[in-house]
Design a binder for this molecule. Structure first.
Ligand code: RB5
Length: 144
């Protein structure tokens, strides 16, 4: 199970990524938006962040650039949202950063790169070890 959300800037790519995820045999929860009508990306980022935390699943956020979604999602305690642009960043967002949400841009990322990133993100595990100490330090920043 994976949860996905977008704003109007990411709507078309979200629809394509949903089909891709289903074709991989994975269930996908779509929390919107459901058209190209303008919406505010922080509202969607919060929905995906809550779903991730409540259900222990990975999430996907898409806006025009991916930037607003990633900034907003990372305001929620417990969320590590990685803005990714290629296979390398998608892989290491999981292996080193234990990211629980991937963000990318509907206006900046082509569909084939997005599919590649999603496949890698959903199938790559956290390396743990020394990286866990660093994740713990990130978590401690939430107390400031
Ligand atoms: C909406 O026009 C745009 O600002 C949004 O999709 C996103 O790119 C923000 O970071």
């Amino acid at each position: 199970m994976v949860v996905i959300g977008c704003d109007h800037g990411g709507f078309e790519l979200k629809e394509q990524i949903k089909v891709f995820i289903k074709d991989m045999g994975e269930a996908v929860e779509d929390v919107g938006t459901y058209s190209t009508d303008a919406v505010d990306y922080p509202d969607i980022a919060l929905k995906v962040a809550r779903y991730v935390l409540e259900n222990g699943v990975l999430g996907i956020l898409i806006c025009g650039s991916g930037i607003g979604m990633s900034i907003a999602a990372n305001k929620v305690n417990g969320i590590r949202c990685a803005l990714c642009h290629d296979a390398y960043t998608a892989e290491f967002s999981r292996r080193h950063n234990n990211a629980n949400i991937i963000a990318f841009g509907g206006r900046t990322t082509g569909v084939e790169i997005a599919k590649q990133m999603v496949k890698i993100f959903l199938s790559t595990e956290f390396d743990g070890g020394r990286h866990q100490r660093r994740i713990d330090k990130i978590s401690s920043l939430e107390e400031l």
